[in-house]
Write a protein that binds this ligand. Structure first.
Ligand SMILES: NC(=O)C1=CN([C@@H]2O[C@H](COP(=O)(O)OP(=O)(O)OC[C@H]3O[C@@H](n4cnc5c(N)ncnc54)[C@H](OP(=O)(O)O)[C@@H]3O)[C@@H](O)[C@H]2O)[C@@H](O)CC1
Ligand SMILES: Nc1ncnc2c1ncn2[C@@H]1O[C@H](COP(=O)(O)OP(=O)(O)O)[C@@H](O)[C@H]1O
Ligand SMILES: [K+]
Length: 469
């Protein structure tokens, strides 16, 4: 996995402790954090007058470092606090600040506001007077920066413990935290930047979804080595047709649509296999099938459940979407092949897994472990969880994706990437990334067919150097 690490407050503390154990003093890390944050603020804000709000803990300590460093650049900076600094590093940072310190209750607003009140140490909602003071100072500023986290959010689940203002930039220190990717906290900041402060995050299991590196087909590739995808159609053939087209444009070498009724208007490259057997036995017995997709437009009821059961007996790597997810409630997870991707939206997720407690990250992870499959929990940000504990969270995708048929496109794309890579987690990550990039390229008010049309450009943009198109 390539994207920025996402660490809970406890994981962050453990990672910091590891760094301190190498002999680096805590205060040096605070200086580093302050320096990176000050440089980012300077780049955006320049010489505009700046107010830094400092809380009692190390988040406040970062604030004092930022104030001092901005002042050395010639920025007119003031500091306002909630009271004393309570940690040794924060006290040291405060000692080195030789400017005045206002009380936050009566300080004047400034053009730039830096919120260094509370970070990962926030344990409860901020009292109303302080929260409202923060909002009014933020409201009066032209630009607002949050240090590590917007003050008032719960680090590990993104809940709002009090009502924070909105920020132009949140500077996450050392690693992203769940509150940077989980709503509603994640939506408070227009931009989130992760600052490297020397923390080793290489073993993080939860990460932001990074751009994939794709490869053009091998020089001696043929359609079967590129990956044969079989899409099982059902009552509503349009959905399966969309998924099949998406698989074809998503990089599969060969796409077969296994359908009880001929579907008109499909590209000739998609081969339709007439399927009059309730269990699709002949159509799906081909050992060369590298990925099976079942669910889009499948229909519901006993016949659909039987169809899912029969399709999965072949053991092909599989993508299970839409109605097939609901069928899994009847069949259980045991019949899933060793390599499987499940693509529920929130409603399907609840229907399939019932009430699972915890954050969406924890819920997706539990679902992956229970079903022993990669789960893509679809939404404005999709969460991809593997049974081994890896989780990738996408950046918010275009809200124009909220249109009928885009889920079918994603399912087809998953099947293509699964057929190409043979690795369900990698395939799911590639598919979600490419889907998001294609949506960006498709612009406004697109329909699912246009999303498919944008896939080749999204793929071309991620081809490794040396791959030719
Ligand atoms: N460790 C490191 O090396 C590095 C850490 N770094 C920075 O440190 C931050 C974490 O620092 P932290 O652990 O000191 O917690 P922080 O967020 O400042 O707040 C804790 C203080 O707030 C208080 N408090 C809590 N809730 C409250 C409330 N509702 N209303 C009022 N008070 C409340 C709480 O006291 P309490 O009453 O709970 O005992 C305590 O005094 C992290 O986000 C990053 O910015 C960087 O410098 C890099 C190096
Ligand atoms: N507001 C949104 N912002 C970004 N992406 C969204 C939004 N709403 C839906 N999506 C994406 O669009 C797709 C919708 O899938 P799904 O609900 O299964 O649709 P359908 O069944 O109509 O094909 C998913 O990939 C989801 O992540
Ligand atoms: K803060």
């Amino acid at each position: 996995m390539t994207g920025a690490a996402i660490l809970s407050a406890a994981e962050m503390r453990a990672a910091e402790a590891e760094l301190f154990a190498t002999g680096i003093p805590e205060y040096d890390v605070m200086e580093r954090a302050g320096a990176v944050a000050a440089a980012l603020i300077w780049r955006v804000g320049g010489l505009r007058d700046t107010l830094v709000l400092c809380g009692p803990g190390n988040n406040g300590g970062d604030g004092f470092v930022i104030a001092r460093l901005l002042r050395t650049q010639g920025v007119p900076v003031r500091v306002a606090t909630t009271g004393d600094s309570r940690t040794p590093s924060a006290r040291q940072a405060r000692m080195l600040w030789d400017g005045p310190v206002d009380d936050i209750g009566d300080t004047a607003p400034a053009t730039l506001l830096v919120d260094a009140l509370f970070g990962t140490g926030l344990t409860r909602g901020i009292d109303d007077a302080l929260a409202s003071r923060l909002r009014s100072l933020a409201g009066a500023a032209r630009k607002c920066f949050a240090i590590d986290l917007p003050s008032g959010v719960s680090t590990d689940d993104g809940a709002l413990l009090s009502v924070p203002p909105h920020y132009d930039m949140c500077i996450a220190l050392g690693a992203l935290k769940p509150a940077h990717v989980l709503a509603p906290a994640a939506d408070l900041s227009r931009q989130i930047v992760c600052a490297d402060i020397g923390i080793d995050t290489s073993s993080a299991m939860t990460r932001l979804l990074g751009p994939p590196i794709l490869h053009a087909p091998a020089r001696d590739a043929h359609k079967y080595t590129r990956g044969l995808v079989a899409v099982v159609a059902g009552d509503m053939p349009g959905a399966a047709a969309l998924a099949a087209c998406s698989a074809a444009h998503g990089g599969a070498g060969y796409v077969r649509l296994v359908t009880p009724h001929p579907i008109s208007g499909l590209p000739h490259a998609i081969i339709q296999i007439a399927d009059h057997e309730p269990d699709s036995r002949n159509a799906l017995s081909d050992a060369r099938i590298a990925a099976l997709l079942i669910g889009p437009g499948l229909g519901r009821g006993a016949a659909a459940v039987a169809r899912v059961r029969a399709a999965l007996t072949h053991g092909h790597p599989a993508v299970i979407d839409a109605d097939a997810l609901l069928a899994l409630r009847e069949t259980g997870f045991d019949l899933l092949p060793g390599k499987a991707i499940l693509t529920p939206h929130m409603g399907e997720f609840d229907a399939l897994y019932g009430q699972v407690s915890g954050t969406w990250l924890a819920r997706a992870q539990e679902a992956a472990q229970r079903s022993k499959a990669v789960v893509i929990l679809k939404g404005a940000r999709s969460i991809i969880a593997a049974p081994d504990g890896r989780i990738a969270v996408s950046s918010p995708a275009s809200s124009w994706l909220s249109t009928a048929g885009t889920g079918d496109v994603l399912a087809g794309l998953c099947a293509a990437r699964l057929a190409v890579t043979g690795d369900p987690f990698r395939a799911a990550c590639e598919a979600v990334w490419l889907d998001g990039d294609a949506a960006r390229r498709a612009g406004a008010a697109f329909v699912a067919d246009q999303l498919i049309a944008a896939l080749p450009a999204a793929i071309a943009a991620r081809l490794s150097k040396g791959s030719s198109c």
